[in-house]
Design a protein around this ligand. Structure first.
Ligand code: GDP
Length: 318
């Protein structure tokens, strides 16, 4: 019998790690997850293996690759909050940037694993204040946060090894959300906050910039794009987005409506200036034509379906 294909996923305990490991498990993959927490998330399938490793520890990481011998690595580990990256720029650069370059050098530069396929989770934040809209793969990056800077550095490193002939690919992913999104991100903060208000557990909801606009998609659709990117014939970078923007205010409107509190937002919302960012990206919108033409991928779940589902989950959660 042919041995199962193996995938190693860093950042396994995060939203995308959980959803990607489900998707790959269903497709017959054996999975080893890596994270920095003591144990693995209770949302992960029991069949998913787990090791506690900091991806900055290149030697340990490489030794795990040597023993697990994966066909593919999905690098999802990162300091994922833009807001936090302003507070901890050094850590953000180390984890999201240098660690990736070090791993690539160890796997490919030192030619330890020339046949591995490597996926890098890149971010729409790299476009930052880009003058062009919608953004596709040709648009010049204009990062304005340590998070975005670190992701640009990692992607440039990926491109370097790709030019040398290795299968190093990337998804430039716009904001993607699900019930696994931590409450520090604005979608889940709002859906969980509205549910808590409805249940009488909370009386106000503090929000920062209500007018920021993002291209929000469903994370379950985005992890499918990651797998397609690694199964393409050639390694490349792909913008993964819905092509439609909404504002933070739109999330609020839909979430209050789903909870049966439609039109009563102003009774509960409070502007918290502490939540405004030192430098804000006001609006992002992506163009995923290349992903559609080359991978057959397009986003499926609408923004409204997504927000309503997240509210229903938070209303039913204990
Ligand atoms: P990001 O786009 O990766 O930074 O994802 P977030 O969900 O953290 O933020 C999306 C947008 O929502 C940004 O423009 C934030 O400034 C804005 N925003 C407004 N209020 C809040 C809030 O209370 N928390 C967070 N995280 N973002 C907020």
């Amino acid at each position: 019998m042919k041995a199962a294909r193996r995938a190693l996923i860093t950042g396994i305990n995060g939203q995308d790690g959980i959803l990607l490991s489900d998707h790959l498990s269903k497709n017959g993959y054996e999975i080893l997850g890596i994270g920095t927490q003591e144990g693995k998330s209770s949302f992960l399938n029991p069949s998913v293996g787990y090791q506690k490793i900091d991806i900055r520890d290149t030697a340990t990481f490489t030794s795990v690759v040597d023993s697990f011998t994966p066909d593919s690595i999905y690098n999802l580990a990162s300091i994922s909050s833009v807001a936090r990256s302003f507070e901890k720029p050094e850590l953000t650069w180390e984890v999201n940037g240098y660690a990736v370059a070090n791993i690539l050098e160890s796997l490919f530069g030192k030619a330890h694993h020339p046949n591995l396929k490597f996926f890098q989770a890149s971010s729409s934040e790299m476009f930052g204040l880009a003058a062009v809209e919608p953004q596709d793969e040709e648009v010049v990056f204009h990062p304005v946060s340590p998070y975005a800077e670190s992701k640009v550095f990692a992607l440039e490193s990926c491109r370097k090894y790709r030019k040398q002939g290795y299968f190093v690919a990337s998804g430039i992913m716009y904001n993607h959300e699900s019930i696994y999104r931590p409450k520090s991100f604005v979608t889940r903060k709002i859906t969980s906050g509205v549910a808590a208000i409805k249940k009488g557990e909370q009386s106000t909801l503090q929000i920062g910039n209500m007018y920021a606009e993002r291209d929000w998609g469903y994370a379950g659709d985005y992890v499918e794009a990651m797998a397609l990117i690694l199964h393409a014939n050639e390694p490349d970078d792909f913008v993964i987005s819905t092509g439609i923007t909404h504002s933070v205010k739109d999330i609020v409107t839909i979430a209050f409506d789903e909870a049966g509190l439609g039109g009563r937002e102003l009774e509960f919302l409070e502007l918290d200036e502490g939540l405004l960012r030192p430098k804000e990206v006001n609006r992002l919108v992506g163009n995923s034509t290349k992903a559609y033409e080359k991978l057959g991928w397009k986003s499926q779940k609408t923004f409204e379906q997504l927000i309503r589902e997240m509210v229903r989950y938070d209303l039913s959660a204990k």
